[in-house]
Write a protein that binds this ligand. Structure first.
Ligand code: PLP
Length: 410
């Protein structure tokens, strides 16, 4: 008799995006003439930068000719890309990362999902609330949690991000082994200072814990005092893994390319206390279960680092940040407290009412779609996430409508 992995049965069905789609469809059916503006999505809207498209085309042509055709590449990525990443994203910022510590993949989602399998099933996991749900669900699947009750899984140490702590969780009151952090944050848009990140690194070093640092939105950071990478922090090479993606940086959400940095200094231990290299474990896992990102996609990703590629990516991110600044200004003017949006495409708005009630209000009165914060965790109750991924004209129109609908309410 084939049996199921019963941990899967603990998973809560995520109704968030299907509930949103259902409510939007019902509204559209009832009001067929109304044009809805979506500020709910976590996907880019601008096309690939031309420098990436050209490199992509050239690489496809190489694949079409016998003398330049390539079959399987190195599982960890081609040296041309790994070397550029190490130099441009890390060494240039003073972060001591080498090319052989970079693992190129087809997305940060799978990397942050898969990494937990190299650690013991009984490690204690600390996960932020609100959160990008992949961290939590993959630990549920692996059996690291108990049942779900009152909006939380037993056995998980939740790191609350609230107004009181500036939406940057403080150190947990108890020992934890595996710590998920994400900055700039999805969904809140919060950023972390060097000092607070240093405190997390120090904590991990003292307790022989490991930090999984998701920097998918790193490219939105505009204040040079903020760390772009955890490896800018003293001691992080011993206790941190970082995830980066070309998805938001260069519009690769549909093209798929990302990378994970596993420094050779990271150690994990057996129950008997024998040390093992986390890099060696991840290399084994990656080369066993993954066969590399396609050659043309890696060439397209490499073009992000060319002068033209850099300028084109920058122009796109600046556009999203301009949208975010407008949303923030308008919501603040209307009397709503919000964070995010200055180094992030996301704004986290305190609605001072139920998240879903505010969602319905925006949909019905302004025909604008946002994302109810409660869908990202218990601490998101009363908040909504507004996304800046859209055209400026659409965002401006959405904010005009929101202003008319909400004036005097907050
Ligand atoms: N990490 C965070 C915080 C995200 O918001 C996302 C995508 O929205 C990802 C990772 C996944 O990125 P990728 O497209 O590289 O799988």
């Amino acid at each position: 008799m084939i049996r199921v992995n019963e941990h899967y049965l603990k998973l809560q069905a995520s109704y968030l995006f299907s509930d949103i789609a259902r409510r939007v469809a019902a509204f559209q059916k009832a009001h067929p003439g109304k044009e809805i503006i979506k500020l709910g999505i976590g996907d880019v809207t601008r096309p690939l930068p031309p420098a990436c498209v050209e490199a992509f085309h050239r690489a496809v042509d190489e694949m079409a000719a016998a003398e330049s055709f390539r079959g399987y590449g190195p599982e960890q990525g081609y040296p041309f890309l790994r070397e550029k990443i190490a130099r441009e994203d890390f060494q240039r910022r003073g972060a001591p990362i080498e090319a052989d510590e970079i693992f190129v993949s087809d997305g940060s989602k799978c990397d942050v999902a898969n990494i937990q399998e190299i650690f013991a099933a009984d490690v204690t996991v600390a996960i932020p609330d609100p959160v990008y749900p992949v961290y939590l669900d993959t630990n549920v699947m692996a059996g690291r949690t108990g049942a779900f009750a009152d909006g939380r899984y037993a056995g998980v140490v939740y790191l609350d991000s609230t107004r009181e702590n500036g939406y940057v969780p403080g150190l947990p009151g108890r020992d934890v082994d595996l710590i998920y952090l994400c900055f700039p944050n999805n969904p809140t848009g919060a950023v972390i200072s060097r000092e607070r990140l240093q405190a997390w690194v120090d904590y991990a070093r003292e307790r022989r814990a490991l930090i999984l640092y998701d920097a998918a939105y790193e490219t939105f950071i505009r204040d040079e005092r903020l760390p772009h990478s955890i490896f800018e922090i003293e001691g992080a090479r011993e206790v941190a893994i970082e995830f980066r993606s070309f998805s938001k940086t260069a519009g690769f959400t549909g093209t798929r390319c990302a990378y994970t940095v596993v420094p050779k200094g990271c150690t994990a231990w057996t129950a008997a206390g024998e040390p093992h290299s986390v890099h060696a474990l991840w290399l084994r896992r990656h080369t066993t279960k993954f066969n590399g990102v396609s050659y043309p996609v890696q060439r397209a990703a490499e073009a992000v680092y060319s002068p033209e590629g850099r300028a084109q990516c920058r122009e796109r991110i600046d556009g999203y940040l301009r949208n975010a600044a407008l949303i923030r200004r308008e919501m603040t003017d209307l009397g709503y407290e919000c964070i995010g949006g200055d180094h992030s495409p996301y704004l986290w708005v305190d609605t001072r009412m139920d998240s879903w009630a505010f969602f319905d209000l925006l949909l019905e009165k302004a025909n604008v779609v946002c994302t109810p914060g409660v869908g990202f965790g218990r601490c998101g109750a009363g908040y909504v996430r507004i996304s800046a991924f859209n055209d400026f004209e659409k965002v401006a129109l959405a904010m005009e409508r929101i202003r008319a609908a909400l004036r005097g309410r907050a």
